[in-house]
Design a protein around this ligand. Structure first.
Ligand SMILES: *Cc1c(COP(=O)(O)O)cnc(C)c1O
Length: 341
């Protein structure tokens, strides 16, 4: 079956011809020796955007989460995050394997929890308790449906965490979708975080990688973990250049993805058998339910018409990105209607 409109994920974005050309011409060196000029340029751009001393280029976002936890935690420590968070569901148990910390789940609403809930989750300093070491938040929340953590909540909760001796970590896989939606800067969002990263291979449209930023000392320790996990590369500049191109050209256009997601949500809400709250759609992820139909078989049906979405148990998820435009969204709505009327 040919997929004509792919709303499965923003990871499906393909490098444009211009990006490919830019990558082909990238200056390269040995990244393990910190001698790759393109990697070095990308990391300094990212550090500046996030307002941190240094940054490190990594093959994936998963590795950015895991390296951060490994630097912050000892085995037996605890990381506080929402029950929907990526490391709980999609990292193949890596936190248990790599740093040996355990995860304390908070019952947030659409991926976001409040300061009081965080405070309830923090352990005492008594020796029989695991030690709370990290507060981890996801900006935007993936399984929450692209929810944005508001800046004032971030400021309050991260200050509390610091005052209690915890480190703050931001899984910013889609941080720039929040930036595009609110006009707050990445630097503002990242200010109180000891580790923060964003994905280059999602809405930003580069083929590979993420950039993790923090203090000089944090990045120094992160380098050991990158090496230890086999994440250190060689002439990585050729892929890092895709990231440079993305930061120079694709940040502003994330607004379009957010707008297209909103449009999709509003049109879906007009279909009686679709359950969705369009006001919940804040960025580029649309999660909805079809009344009285199995999400699996419905996803199969629309795939016959070339429309792909992902299945989340009883719900469906559609993600907008730079390979789908407004026309595609309107066509997608027609396909939904065809199967629901
Ligand atoms: C995609 C994603 C990751 C992992 O990033 P990869 O680049 O796929 O390894 C981590 N956290 C969130 C919230 C994500 O959406």
């Amino acid at each position: 079956m040919e997929i004509k409109i792919d709303l499965f994920s923003d990871t499906g974005t393909r490098p444009s011809d211009e990006m490919r050309k830019f990558m082909a011409e990238a200056e390269v060196g040995d990244e393990q020796l910190l001698e790759d000029p393109s990697v070095n340029r990308l990391t300094s751009m990212a550090a500046k955007l996030l307002g941190k001393e240094e940054a490190i280029y990594l093959p994936s976002g998963l590795m950015a989460n895991q390296i951060s936890f490994a630097v912050h935690c000892n085995p037996g420590d605890e990381i506080i995050m929402d029950r929907s968070a990526h490391p709980i569901h999609y990292e193949a148990g890596a936190t248990a394997v790599i740093c040996g910390a355990s995860i304390r789940r908070v019952n947030g609403v659409r991926g976001v929890f409040q300061t009081e809930q965080f405070l309830e989750a923090v352990r005492t300093k008594e020796y029989h308790d695991p030690q709370s070491r990290v507060l981890s938040i996801e900006q935007t929340s993936n399984l929450g449906g692209g929810t944005i953590w508001p800046l004032d909540l971030i400021e309050r909760i991260t200050e509390k965490a610091h005052s209690l001796g915890l480190n703050n970590h931001m899984d910013g896989a889609r941080l720039f979708n929040a930036v595009a939606a609110t006009g707050n800067t990445a630097r503002q969002y990242a200010a109180n975080f000891d580790s923060v990263w964003f994905d280059l291979s999602k809405g930003l449209g580069a083929p590979v990688g993420s950039v993790l930023a923090g203090s000089k000392d944090f990045i120094h320790q992160a380098r050991y973990w990158k090496q230890r996990l086999g994440g250190a590369m060689r002439q990585a500049g050729i892929i890092a250049a895709g990231g440079i191109y993305a930061l120079e050209n694709n940040l502003e256009r994330l607004k379009e993805d957010n707008k297209n997601a909103k449009l999709l949500a509003e049109r879906l809400a007009e279909i009686p058998s679709v359950e969705i709250e369009p006001q919940d759609v804040e960025t580029n992820i649309v999660i909805f339910k079809i009344k009285g139909k199995s999400s699996d078989s419905f996803a199969e049906k629309i795939l016959q018409d070339g429309l792909r979405v992902s299945v989340l148990h009883d719900k469906l998820r559609a993600v907008t990105h730079l390979d789908v435009d407004r026309t595609d969204i309107l066509k997608a709505v027609e396909i939904f209607k065809k199967h629901l009327n």
